[in-house]
Design a protein around this ligand. Structure first.
Ligand SMILES: O=C(CO)[C@H](O)[C@H](O)COP(=O)(O)O
Length: 233
């Protein structure tokens, strides 16, 4: 990642930090942009700021523990004030594609348990139509081939085309924190994300998918001209 790109992620994270107030219960996202947020948050915590966070992945949990950000679980703290997370694509109405880092299931559970969700990203994530980034679909390993066939079936019905790939890491199937697999669907364009989300939700082997609809309230998008807020501020 270039230094300029990292700087944009830090700027977006800094804007989101401005919305965090003392005592908040936070959902803490996953990915390189969310990690810049964790680093900034840790500096505030070191200076006496009191927050408690629910991490959306083991990776984020490790970074928080390393930097001294206090953590809790959703079982102990089931209602959160604010979740701050990155995204792979940000489309119309703050519809999102998430899951590039494979944490979409916990990310969605945490976002849904939060009163508010702020997305932080550099400007490259803004798109007119979702789908250029392959859509991550978390699936149960049991019946994988049947589930892939079912996903192909709903895609066909919705006029979507494009290969489905089982995600791999270091030559092995990638396994999520929840013990599931990820199917990356390269549809290219998803004109009706809601129809696709509903159809995927109806497939038993699909655990969750990376379409985040009606979850994000605000996005801080960093570009050359500074940080732009989209949505409610
Ligand atoms: O959904 C995610 C992880 O599951 C991330 O938020 C998404 O992949 C963006 O990551 P980055 O900030 O590194 O671009």
């Amino acid at each position: 990642m270039s230094e300029d790109m990292r700087e944009l992620k830090i700027e977006a994270a800094r804007a989101a930090l401005g919305q965090v107030t003392d005592g908040m219960r936070l959902g803490i996202g996953t990915g390189s942009t969310a990690e810049e947020f964790v680093r900034l948050l840790a500096e505030r915590v070191e200076n006496g700021f009191s927050v408690i966070g629910v991490p959306t992945s083991e990776r984020t949990a490790r970074l928080c523990l390393e930097l001294g950000v206090p953590l809790t679980t959703l079982d102990d703290t089931p209602a959160l004030d604010l979740t701050i997370d990155g995204a792979d694509e940000i489309g119309p109405g703050l519809s999102l594609v998430k899951g590039g880092g494979g944490a979409l299931l916990r990310e969605k559970i945490v976002a849904a348990a939060s009163a508010r969700m702020i997305v932080i990203a550099d400007k490259s994530k803004m798109v007119e139509t979702l789908g250029q980034f392959p859509l991550p679909i978390e699936v149960n390993a049991f019946g994988l081939r049947a589930t892939v066939l079912a996903i192909e079936g709903v895609a066909r019905e919705l006029g979507l085309k494009g290969p489905l790939a089982i995600r791999e890491k270091a030559g092995e199937s990638f396994v999520t924190d929840g013990g599931h697999l990820i199917v990356d669907a390269s549809f290219g364009r998803i004109p009706d994300p809601r129809a696709l989300a509903n159809a995927l939700n109806a497939i038993p082997g699909v655990v969750e998918h990376g379409l985040f609809l009606d979850l994000a309230d605000t996005a801080y998008i960093a570009g050359d001209g500074g940080v732009r807020a989209v949505g409610a501020v």
